[in-house]
Design a binder for this molecule. Sequence first.
Ligand SMILES: [Mg+2]
Length: 178
Amino acid sequence: MRRFIILDRDGTLIVEKNYLSDLAEVELAPGAAEALQQFRDLGFGVTVITNQSGVGRGYFDLDAVDRVHERIRELLGGSAQIIEGFYVCPHAPTEHCACRKPKTGLIDRASRELGFDATRSYVIGDKAADVELAHNAGAKGILVTTGYGAQALEAGAVQPDYVASGLTGAAAWIATQS
Ligand SMILES: [Mg+2]
């Protein structure tokens, strides 16, 4: 069974922008391409799981989300090949779906489709929901202090297995784990 890095998108892989749909606003987080290469070198697959409630709220549609993901791939260049798919929850919180993080709907689907063992994988994100997703799926959860991460830490309602200042810091810690 493969092991995976499950990346959050906004505030983790790319710079947090409120309800992002404008392609001109898409900006990679510092070290994003380098971290992806490190994950691959460590033998991990990589996928992205993202809550995009802007769809459910009617701010933009799924095509706009896909265009953002194409733009992310463009900015990452060759490193984009490492990302095996973007899994999107398009629902608003009021829809009570089974896929909005911290619920495990999307990680369950990704692990089936991509063939990985979630309990030997890592979720990296900037919100409590990302760390809770990790723990709900039996994975390790890393909080990055980019995006909303510093706020989440300060609020104290998050119990990450590790706190990193960004993706390359997360990769360095993962490299030390067996
Ligand atoms: Mg985020």
